[in-house]
Design a protein around this ligand. Sequence first.
Ligand SMILES: Nc1ncnc2c1ncn2[C@@H]1O[C@H](COP(=O)(O)OP(=O)(O)OP(=O)(O)O)[C@@H](O)[C@H]1O
Length: 886
Amino acid sequence: MVASTTETEVSQTTKPEENGGDKDIYAQLEEIAASTSECVRVVIRIRPLNEREQNTLPCLEVGDGGRNIVVNDQGNAKKFTFDSIFPIDGKQEDVFRNVAKPIIDSCLAGYNGTIFAYGQTGSGKTFTMQGPEESIQAQSGDIRQLRGIMPRVFEYIFDSIQKEREEKGSAVDYVVKCAYLQVYNETITDLLTPSQHNLNIREDTLKGVYVEDLTEEVVKHPEDCYRVLRKGVANRTVSATSMNQESSRSHGVFTVIIERKEEKPDNLVSKRVSRLNLVDLAGSERQKLAKTSGQTLKEASNINRSLSVLGYVIMALVDASNGKERHINYRDSKLTFLLKDSLGGNAKTCMVATVSPSDLNLGETISTLKFAQRAKYIRNKAYVNEETTGSLVQLQAEVRRLQDFVRQLLAERENSVTCKPANEQERNSNELVQLMKESESDTNLDEDKSYVDERSSRDSSFIHSNVEDTEELSKLLACAEQREREIADEKRYIEALLMESQNENKKRKANFELLETAWKNLAEKISAMEDNELVDSLNFSNTCEQDTQSSSDSILEQEEAVTRRLCETVYKLTDLLQTTQNDNKHMKAQLEEKETLLNNLQTETKMKDIHKEQNNNKEGNNSFLAIHGDSPVLNRLRKKIADSQESSGFQKKELVDESQLDYRELAQVEFLKERLAELLQIEAKQGENMQKLNAEKATLEKSVEKLKAEVNFLTEELQAEKENAQLLREQFSERERNTEHFKDDAAQMEEKIQHLQSKVRSLQTYRVQLQRLVDQQSEEIKSLRLRAQNAWDELIHARQDFESQERLRSDRLEKLFAELAKHQRQDAGRNDQKAAAYAIKEQMKQNLQTMNNVKDVKNMPPLEPLMNKALEFLLKQASGAKIASS
Ligand SMILES: Nc1ncnc2c1ncn2[C@@H]1O[C@H](COP(=O)(O)OP(=O)(O)OP(=O)(O)O)[C@@H](O)[C@H]1O
């Protein structure tokens, strides 16, 4: 297994072009990334029965191995499997060791981690995560055993840091910070600064998901953490429900931020920042069961809503991990957005689902177990959040050091090869073959492997005789392989980073494109609106305005002109009327005067007539003079009459003159009468004209009224249009502002993309440099292999010589064996003789027996010794012949 892995790594590293170029590398990296992703760990914790459940039946049973749990649902057994199950008597310490410790270890190694407790209200989430409040700082006694995960985490973190500081001294520096927040009714509150309310969640490529303006307190001892925890707990929203006297009504997220800085040789600095989220979710419960109402009901529905979103997100993640294309709506609730990295992202996550053992809560328990079972299939892709400055320099230095080391060893090796005798060279060749076999990277040797194995076992003495060289070379090759692997790892890491940044880039590009499309659409819309709507409307409104303005102007002008004309006419008419009236008055006055004068004259004339008659009757003058009147003519007449009384001659002449004057005046009166009639006619006409003019004026006034109404209407319309135009202008400027925002966003995006692109470029340069290093290494390894191949060829030649000698030896051996066989055959002949001798002996024995029997009879000496001697002689003869032949 290991060998095949190494082979793959080597081939990937040394010959990237053979793997189909970058595309395949990315495909492989995808596979690697997929294979490195790991599922969320899910454990179940069963709490003991509480007072309310004392007389109820248990509905849970922990199965074999502590990983199965069986729920007795009214006679139907439902089995669930999880990573671990903590039974009723499960200890806090065990929970910490199983759940928290591996995650903190990862956090200390630079990964993000999340532990969250999910379960029905009152099922033991807070007990598991935090423990009873009085236990948090307990230094001894039973209560200390009740400390939950959080206080133990603090102690473990600071213990580990202390150990590392003792080991590495001042080269390692840690900064630990704590933050604590709650999500209550979809609002995030900073529990360390509760005035910080309604905080926003932000997402960043480098920082991941974080809460803006959240207080992060630097902590230097576990005690600082206890203080922070207690402070947060005091500010957390808790209230009593029928299920739990101190029910957490909010989701609490305690975050430990571990920043580690290590100064390495060559002034290299590695920085790691990892975040550990310890989440105590609010209880999942049915309102009916929890008997909540009012504010608690609102809380409960918010809790349920966010937990439902959590459920949907988990379902979508499970679908996604099954290869389905799903959009994960993290932003549907604050909780899921906050836990984005922990669910399917860059974090190692463990979920503790807490349940009650009582059948009273059967429904909730089953629903919790189902939820937990789904969560098991979420795959996270955690990576070390590390940043090393100058790592390329370090790598190059290390590569150089290794190259020097390889060169030195090769030189040493060559020296020893040239100094050693031929048979030693052969041995070394064998060692090299062995080493090459061990390196398991050269497929060209596969054909000869069985042979080498056979030979190696036969010639193991050669190999063991030069162990030191072998070790050196093996070290060298192992080092080279190790370096190759490291470079491959580094390359893969960089490729992964590259791919990630490219993906990020792609995403950003896609976002940017989306934004651009949106922007374009908006711009198009705006321009269309500008073209069609806005321009039209603006034009329209402008035209309207202008029209209205011009029409109103023209109307006003017309109106003014008409009014002016009218006024002028009226003035003229009034003047005329006035003049006419004045004239008339004047004429009237004149007429009246003339009439009076005429009357006077008539009276005077009458008087004169009477006077004449009186004169005729000799009563003339006094009565004439008695006529009263104020006319100057009369006065003059009176005076004249009075004077005539003094002179009668003058009286006559004057009277003639006076009568002449009367005639003139009469004519004048007649003329005046005519003039008056004329004037009266003119006045009547003017009256008619006046009436006409008045009628005209009334009509004009009406049309003026109409025009005024029209003007008012147009003014109102103009006002409305002006308002519309204003509105459109505001909309336009709003859109312009939006556009500016979009532009800003786009510019920011552009900047980010450029930043990423520059990063990608630097990574690409880094990759190229690495590739060069890898190529150099490959060249080195190739030359090493070439040397090994040459040595191998030499070995083959040596072996061939050895084999020819072997063949000669075996020919000789064969000959000897043939001779041996011949002798064996001779031996067999002798054996036959021997057998015959034995048979003769037997015969002789029998004969002897017979003879002995006879001897007993005839008293003859025993023949057996003689027979034995004869036999011995025969046997000696046979073996003597065998020795001679061999
Ligand atoms: N494993 C356990 N061993 C002993 N007591 C427990 C255990 N789990 C829970 N309890 C007790 O049960 C009660 C309720 O537990 P806890 O407050 O932790 O529930 P919760 O799930 O956090 O509830 P809520 O969601 O309402 O906040 C507490 O008094 C707690 O001490």
